[in-house]
Design a protein around this ligand. Sequence first.
Ligand code: ZN
Length: 327
Amino acid sequence: MTAPPSMAEFRRGLAGPLRLLLPGDIPADEVGDLVLLDEAGQLHDEALDLGLEHLVPRAAWDEHWSWARVNAEQEERRVYEVLRRLPPKEYTRVRGRLVRHASGELTRLRRVWDGMLGQLDLYEPISTWQWCQVRGYWFACPLCRWPMRVSQSGAVREVRCEAHARDGVIYTCNPDRMTNRAPQLQPAGAAATAVRAKPATAEHLALTRTTWRYMTLPGLLECGLQDHARSLGARVSMWPHKDRYDLKITLGRRMWKVDAKAWASVTKLGDALKDIDPAEPGLIIVIPDHQRNSRELLQRMIGRRGYRVLTAAGLIAELADGKAERT
Ligand SMILES: [Zn+2]
């Protein structure tokens, strides 16, 4: 049995992975990597989402963190408003760029966005984000290219993508070694491919957190589904009617209309959809495979409205059936 932490240790622990704060005999399971407070003392978005998922009364959160929450929701609405004004062709191009360019150097982003960068106002300078920096450098996730979060446990920093740590995008970094050079990452997870440090200057930008979560992450899921469906010989169009839904897949006589969602909290997603009719009859909501245990819950929450809920793997299985029927 370990001794309980002192108050000072406990306070420090709130800014590190939750598993370090829990007594050794309590399994941290899926919340082990959760960090409750950021360096500014604000509750992390993911912690809030998990709190909602576990039905901690919303009022208890709102009392202390309402401002941060409202701000995220306003930002989400603003992003959608900006995109909705674009002509359909441009909308599709923009959604594609948001998937491929979650971060980058200003000069390159200017080229990619071709005059639209300032107009859209979806990026922020990474220099203002302390949470992703080691000695003035930052690291892009090899899967989504958004800055990875740095947390400290002892002398070693842990560097992980908030969305892809569960897939093995985890590194360690000792910032005190070779201080005359950019810090180097050591792979610590199965998907930790080589990543180079980049200087956290005002010349390096990344999408706002809201845009990354609600545009880039589902976009990656959609592109994966698109590739898979095409490999089966399906016809696929991405974002065919702007934001009405995301993906139209036709294979033989069957058709799937799909909206991919990558919300941290499936419960919150259910709350957002349960009062809205599907944009198309039989619209399929696809959630990431790691949320498979919440699929039934979400189906119960929104099924009455006419939605069908599948995991990405579930949709892929249906597509395989569709191909088998065709041949
Ligand atoms: Zn990532």
